[in-house]
Design a protein around this ligand. Structure first.
Ligand code: NAD
Length: 229
């Protein structure tokens, strides 16, 4: 059985990484338009770099929770039949042991050159960083997809949705497209669809089944069900 799991900010909430929809559209006290758009970066690069620098630095203080760990266990059991597509820019899936992870909104621990498009593994601050180590010319920005930009790896994601037998969404509000539309795409191509979320989401009506609760409780239970066949 081929499974695609879409994860959102809710899967990392129990690790201590805040979601933003749950705080009135604020992300760590900032309006999303202030820190997550290309226009914001053009107008005030310093504030935007400092915001992501703080998010990157805070990764050191958090770790994967039972939901991340259960998905890594599932990968160990079924290998290539599992793909995790995450909207998260943290690295908690990888730190739990998952290797088949697609970061459709980019990664905090990566820097992108605005000039040559080169990507560099980045664990330090980007504010006041030297120019791109690749071309020596461009300014480095966080390698994250802002509102108004095109998500990464969409072709590979659509291919996996078309081919999967089961699509599971974990901890995502169903409000941010195109990810919010994946359930309908998977379902149109014949997949069964399951939502695991703290509360009913905007996307709940589109799923065959919707379970409410904490990801750290629901995901391990669901993984045990899959492994029990
Ligand atoms: P969101 O913040 O819009 O929604 C999170 C969803 O998770 C909500 O429906 C909420 O009810 C649910 N939730 C909260 N705690 C939960 C828990 N313990 N268990 C299960 N569900 C829980 O998140 P989104 O839909 O992923 O969209 C937000 C965008 O913001 C993403 O695209 C992402 O790029 C970015 N973001 C990323 C992170 C991160 O990397 N961890 C954190 C905040 C925002």
């Amino acid at each position: 059985m081929r499974i695609v799991v879409l994860t959102g900010a809710g899967i990392s909430a129990e690790s201590g990484v805040p979601t933003f929809r749950d705080a009135d559209g604020l992300w760590e006290g900032h309006r999303v338009e202030e820190v997550a758009t290309p226009e914001a970066f053009a107008a005030d690069p310093h504030t935007v770099q400092r915001f992501y620098d703080a998010r990157r630095a805070s990764l050191a203080a958090v770790g994967p929770n039972a939901a991340h760990v259960a998905l890594a266990e599932l990968e160990r059991a079924i290998g290539d039949d599992l793909l995790v597509v995450t909207q998260n820019i943290d690295d908690l899936h990888e730190r739990a042991g998952s290797t088949r992870v697609v970061h459709m909104h980019g990664e905090l621990r990566s820097a992108l050159c605005s000039y040559c498009g080169g990507r560099h593994r980045w664990d330090d601050d980007l504010v006041d960083a030297d120019p791109c180590p690749g071309c020596g010319l461009g300014t480095l920005r966080p390698d994250v997809v802002w509102f108004g930009e095109v998500p990464y790896h969409l072709d590979a994601i659509i291919e996996s949705l078309v081919a999967c037998d089961l699509f599971v969404s974990v901890g995502t509000s169903g409000a941010v497209y195109p990810a919010a539309g994946f359930v309908q795409q998977a379902r149109a191509f014949g997949a069964r669809t399951l939502e695991l979320n703290l509360v009913p989401s905007e996307g709940s009506p589109f799923f065959h089944e919707s379970r409410q609760g904490r990801a750290g409780d629901l995901v391990p239970v669901w993984v045990r069900e899959v492994l029990a066949g």
